[in-house]
Write a protein that binds this ligand. Structure first.
Ligand SMILES: NC(=O)c1ccc[n+]([C@@H]2O[C@H](COP(=O)([O-])OP(=O)(O)OC[C@H]3O[C@@H](n4cnc5c(N)ncnc54)[C@H](O)[C@@H]3O)[C@@H](O)[C@H]2O)c1
Length: 276
């Protein structure tokens, strides 16, 4: 608990789901918060939920795909809070579409948020953390950053990229011994609004029996509550873990990702054909 008391955390995607749960959990532990999201209404709701904890909370409407805006926000956070010790690059979107049915615009939108958002957040805050000689960066990937699945090519690409980027950064920081560290998070299904906010191609929706059925299916399969995920992530940061798998499904997918690709793909292709 004391580890977070009086510290400052910057969290993107704080208007919903995992980001909101992290903000609330950190506020409970006495951490001052700089929260950002494109959804201003949701941000205001998160802010009011954290207000009772007696910590300072600042909010900013921010599109993490916009690099200049993220760098400006990092400066603002330092000006308003006097420093930052924890950065959580959490903002993310989902896209369900086979490559053949996906537009370049949709792919760029997803990469802009899920990969570039993480890269911008990391690069904007890193120089200040290094100068202070302390701090931790948490980058949210996914189990889909461990294992590819049909209809998730864009999300897979972004989340694998987050993993590669953060793993390399972790080793760089270890070589440098500058007091800064980072963790990659691979959540399994977390019960949030991610699929409600997703872009789903008409083909993918039809295959699931409609977009609403797709959402219901996700709600059924996503077993982990965001509050539990938030606590697990903070525990992993406290232990300076390089990677954290969130939820029992994440552990299963991690094992699957270590099996020969030919075998795993065969099983998934057979499942996909049955669904068609
Ligand atoms: N829910 C899951 O099952 C699951 C699984 C693995 C990984 N993740 C990852 O967890 C993270 C949080 O997602 P969640 O499940 O809480 O979803 P969510 O939709 O509930 O929350 C995501 C938040 O990101 C914000 N956001 C979207 N685009 C943005 C942008 N351009 N700039 C700033 N904010 C933006 C949204 O407004 C929303 O508040 C994401 O990176 C997601 O990919 C989620």
């Amino acid at each position: 608990m004391e580890r977070w008391q009086g510290k400052v955390a910057a969290v993107t995607g704080a208007a919903s789901g995992l980001g909101r749960a992290l903000a609330e959990e950190l506020a409970r532990r006495g951490t001052h918060l700089a929260l950002a999201d494109v959804d201003e209404l949701g941000l205001a709701e998160t802010e009011s939920r954290c207000a009772g904890a007696g910590v300072k909370v600042t909010t900013r409407r921010l599109d993490v795909a916009d690099g200049q805006a993220v760098f400006a926000w990092a400066q603002e956070v330092f000006d308003e809070h006097g420093g930052v010790q924890l950065v959580v690059n959490n903002a993310g979107v989902a896209l369900v579409a086979n490559v053949a049915a996906m537009s370049v615009d949709d792919l760029e939108w997803l990469m802009g948020v899920d990969f570039w958002g993480v890269a911008h957040g990391t690069m904007a805050f890193l120089p200040r953390l290094r100068a202070a000689g302390e701090g931790h960066i948490v980058n949210i990937s996914s189990v889909f950053g461990l294992l590819s699945v049909p209809s998730q090519s864009a999300y897979n690409a972004a989340k694998f990229a987050v993993r590669g980027f953060t793993d390399a950064l972790r080793m760089e920081l270890e070589i440098e011994r500058c007091g800064v560290s980072c963790t990659t998070v691979h959540p399994g299904g977390i019960r949030t609004n991610i699929v409600r906010h997703a872009r789903i191609s008409p083909e993918a929706a039809a295959m699931a029996g409609g977009a609403e059925r797709f959402v219901r299916l996700f709600d059924l399969l996503a077993r982990t509550e965001p509050e539990l995920a938030a606590r697990q992530i903070l525990r992993a940061v406290a232990r300076n873990r390089r990677r954290v798998l969130v939820g029992p499904d994440a552990k299963v997918l991690d094992v699957m990702a270590r099996l020969p690709a030919g075998l795993v793909h065969k099983v998934m292709v057979a499942g996909g054909r049955r669904r068609m």
